[in-house]
Write a new protein. Structure first.
Length: 180
């Protein structure tokens, strides 16, 4: 854990000063949350679960997000996870949200709602693949936070998504066929 992050079950003890390469895992299922956190940590990604709060499960998640200022929040598609979207949109620097969706009609998509970027990924997902995606997304969000990168970045339309994207997304896209 970083030196400036002191976690206990008390919300008031969290400390963070700058936005860093941190991921908050906000899964309702404790076992899945722990599995995801451990897989991300095994890939050298700084990941934290919120402390348990049975009475109000959304509060510790939002408190942790406000304090740590993570670049990414990973959650499953559930009512409590979806209820985070409005408070996240209100943040000055909202994190990217990665939603692991179990729905039969789920598709791998990226949506933009105001300044909130939501990446939907079909579940189940291999933890190694999720870790690679998170690492790429951390790189992208870091570039988006850099004013020098923003001034010189070219705007491209990603062929797989059909939306405006950062050039780094082209590099993250799986290659097909023998061409580049």
């Amino acid at each position: 854990m970083p030196a400036d992050f002191k976690a206990s079950h008390s919300v008031h003890t969290w400390r963070a000063v700058v936005r860093r390469h941190i991921v908050v895992v906000a899964d309702d299922d404790v076992a899945r949350r722990c599995e995801t956190v451990e897989a991300l940590r095994a890939s050298n990604i700084e990941a934290y679960p919120p402390p348990p709060d049975d009475k109000n499960p959304d509060r510790p998640v939002m408190d942790l997000i406000r304090e740590l200022k993570p670049r990414i929040v990973v959650c499953r598609q559930s009512l409590s996870s979806m209820s985070m979207f409005y408070p996240l949109r209100a943040l000055k620097e909202p994190p990217m949200v990665v939603v692991l969706s179990n729905g039969s009609s789920a598709e791998d998509e990226v949506h933009y709602v105001d300044r909130l970027i939501i990446a939907s990924i079909r579940a189940p997902v291999r933890m190694a693949a999720l870790s690679r995606f998170i690492r790429t997304a951390l790189t992208i969000t870091a570039r988006l936070d850099d004013p020098e990168e923003q001034a010189s970045a070219e705007v491209l339309i990603h062929p797989a998504v059909g939306r405006y994207t950062d050039p780094v997304l082209r590099l993250a896209r799986p290659r097909t066929g023998s061409g580049s």
